[in-house]
Write a protein of this length. Structure first.
Length: 411
């Protein structure tokens, strides 16, 4: 694979179809290319997008052949310093994302241990308190945008609290995180803001440790540097906030537009888990992940992959692979074979997955408890998605409901 190849049908990993109908887009790509499709990123940078469920398993199960070490990339000479995707595809970043081998194993344990030590009652309390606080801001008005005023604020506030940030610092991180993840013109500025905030947090925790994730990571016996801890906290914040916000938004969209979940909107909670699970199959927040790099020439899905080629994990496409979804039916309930949290040694740590699920479920349940007659304020076909090829989430979710008084911290 070389710069701007003309001999293959490379599809841009961007454009309006990612917003309107990515499911059909991935079907068309699979029809035209098979399980592995050639794509181009911003700036005509080539890569491979893995569309097949089995092929994605193969790649994520072989960290030697398909490495997480971005230094292997054969395109670095073509990447400018201001490339907007650098926050998502970094070079020489001392974070767990690009650490391999035994060091990665030790580092993953450090993160898992720090998250596992979070008091589950405290996590639930923070999620409920922040959810109530956010709802108090709009519950008396009878209408709001669930995305901007709720879903996009709740995960970051809870995570900031768990990690050790004060409430005053945690709030402004939301905009920086969103800018960084969307991979557009403000991506690098968002990354710099988050890095500065993490640096200050760790300086504060070195001076006065607390009962928080950042302090536990600094005290880990693995001997990680402050810079390594800072990088990992940035990864954890980005990976924990935006996908969880989109999980909330996508699940509420499903519950507000699909008659199967109408019972939950009349005060019941039994369908919340089913809606959240179905979203992870059919409308997963994490669409595509960058990535893996081939350590030598190889073949995958009938394609010749050269040493140093970038492979993008097509999570959403693999979840819908007709080879494993033969009947095409929606999957709800207890089927958790989706790839939405990744697979292999670099998958999302289980404590992080649990944290995201608690925040998302609590956010949905508290909203439905407080505003039981919430309903869409616009036709469902007017809802639009963000343009990001990486994450799938709504730009807004306008709703109306019967105005109710704020709790004001009292239940």
């Amino acid at each position: 694979m070389t710069k701007c190849p003309m001999s293959q049908n490379f599809a841009p990993l961007s454009g309006p179809r990612f917003q309107t109908d990515p499911v059909q887009l991935y079907r068309d790509m699979r029809r035209d290319n098979g399980a592995v499709a050639p794509v181009v990123l911003d700036g005509d940078v080539p890569a491979w997008l893995i569309l097949g469920y089995r092929e994605l398993h193969q790649v994520t199960n072989d960290p030697v052949l398909f490495s997480r070490d971005s230094e292997l990339w054969n395109q670095w000479e073509h990447i400018p310093d201001n490339w907007p995707l650098l926050p998502m595809i970094g070079r020489k970043q001392p974070s767990i994302l690009y650490t391999v081998g035994e060091r990665h194993t030790v580092r993953a344990a450090m993160i898992s241990n720090a998250l596992e030590a979070v008091d589950p009652f405290a996590l639930n309390r923070y999620a409920e308190e922040f959810a109530d606080d956010l709802i108090d801001r709009f519950c008396a008005t009878g209408r709001t945008d669930i995305i901007a005023e709720y879903a996009m604020l709740l995960p970051a506030r809870v995570l900031a609290k768990l990690y050790g940030f004060s409430d005053e610092v945690g709030g402004p991180l939301v905009g920086a995180l969103n800018d960084m993840i969307d991979g557009r013109e403000r991506a690098l500025a968002g990354q710099q803001h988050l890095a500065a905030a993490m640096g200050q947090l760790l300086a504060d925790k070195l001076a006065g440790p607390g009962d928080d994730v950042a302090s536990r990571m600094l005290q880990d016996p693995g001997g990680f540097s402050v810079e390594e801890v800072a990088q990992d906290l940035m990864v954890m914040m980005a990976a924990g906030h935006q996908p969880t916000a989109d999980w909330i938004g996508n699940s509420l969209r499903l519950m507000l537009t699909d008659d199967r979940f109408a019972a939950s909107l009349s005060g019941g909670r039994h369908s919340v888990g089913e809606a959240m699970n179905e979203v992870l199959w059919e409308d997963t927040p994490t669409q595509n992940v960058a990535g893996r790099w081939a350590s030598r020439d190889t073949h995958l899905g009938g394609r010749h992959i050269r040493a140093g080629d970038l492979l993008l994990l097509g999570i959403a496409a693999a979840n819908g692979d007709p080879q494993v979804r033969t009947d095409g039916s929606a999957l709800t309930g207890g089927n958790n074979a989706f790839l939405s949290f990744g697979h292999g040694e670099h998958r999302c740590p289980f404590p992080a997955q649990e944290t995201a699920e608690v925040i998302a479920r609590t956010g949905i349940e508290v909203l439905l408890d407080r505003l039981p007659d919430v309903d869409l304020a616009v036709p469902a076909d007017k809802l639009t998605r963000r343009p990001s090829p990486w994450l799938r989430g709504l730009t807004d979710l306008p709703v109306h409901f019967t105005p109710t008084p704020a709790l004001g911290g009292q239940k």
